[in-house]
Design a protein around this ligand. Structure first.
Ligand code: ADP
Length: 270
């Protein structure tokens, strides 16, 4: 993976990187703000060598995708483990953005715009036949100009390889993925439904007050979350279409994007 990255020009130079404040804490290490050759960046440092090797392989996959709604990878640096250098998303994670601002500040139009941004990025991943596996509002980041972008794609697979069940985000994962490990674009679509619920509830945790065991059992019996307060009915209908038990009945990301585009246009014209 290292040779491949080097050949393709993805190995960056530590000398051009200056590190600043810590802006987040990831599962595998701190996320720092920084500057790479004059550009503001976010840097993830993975100190554990074994993890770094796995990430390096996954990063090779990330270099093959580029889209305005996917957080852009600038490259990696092999130094103290691994540094992953990404575009800087100044407004942080979508879930925090929604929680700290709330309904009085963020209008439905903005919520729809975020939903559309994510469906656009996912439509692109779908076209590349890439499965995200960890689509959730905590993994969507917001840029200075309020653009929502999907992050942690490619990297999401790392945790699951270890088959550590405690790491699976149960409340976001489709039933067939939970039970039979069948992850697919359609299981990403299920997660997108939960993400829509998070967006329209301004960052609440899904299935409030329910234990993970309870969520699994109830979903199995056909239970689905209620619409968040003030959620437009067409958005709730979209969520429910994502939560079809039969993966084949769920819409594609392309379809979701088209529907969201249409609703946003109607809202802007109306
Ligand atoms: P991990 O997936 O390793 O657990 P995350 O990617 O979720 O870590 O990063 C943890 C936090 O760091 C995020 O919630 C966010 O606040 C911050 N962060 C991550 N990437 C960026 C970025 N590109 N720009 C700005 N902040 C980021």
């Amino acid at each position: 993976a290292e040779d491949e990255l080097a050949k393709a020009g993805w190995l960056l130079n530590m000398q051009h990187l200056s590190l600043g404040d810590k802006i987040g804490e990831g599962e595998f290490g701190a996320v720092l703000q920084g500057e790479y050759m004059g550009q503001k960046v976010a840097v993830k440092n993975i100190k554990c060598d074994v993890t770094a090797q796995v990430f390096l392989a996954e990063t090779a996959a990330m270099t093959k995708v580029q889209h305005k709604n996917l957080v852009r990878l600038l490259g990696v640096i092999l130094h103290n483990g691994l540094y992953i250098v990404m575009e800087f998303m100044s407004k942080g994670s979508l879930v925090n953005f929604l929680r700290t601002r709330g309904r009085l500040v963020i209008h439905t139009r903005q919520l729809l715009q975020f939903s559309l941004n994510v469906s656009d990025g996912m439509d692109y991943l779908e076209s590349k036949k890439l499965v995200h596996r960890d689509l959730a509002a905590r993994n969507i980041l917001i840029s200075e100009d309020n653009m929502a972008k999907v992050s942690d794609f490619g990297l999401a697979k790392v945790d699951l390889k270890q088959e550590d069940l405690t790491r699976i985000p149960v409340k976001w994962t489709a039933p067939e993925a939970l039970k039979h490990n069948k992850f697919s674009t359609k299981s990403d679509v299920w997660s997108f439904g939960v993400l829509l619920w998070e967006i329209f509830s301004y960052g609440r945790t899904p299935y409030p007050k329910m234990s993970l065991k309870e969520v699994c059992e109830k979903i199995e019996n056909g239970y689905r979350m209620e619409a968040p307060e003030h959620c437009p009915p067409y958005v709730y209908a979209l969520m429910n279409s994502c939560w079809e038990t039969d993966p084949g009945k769920r819409p594609s990301f392309k379809k979701l994007r088209e529907k969201l585009e249409k609703e946003l246009r109607a809202l802007q014209e109306g």
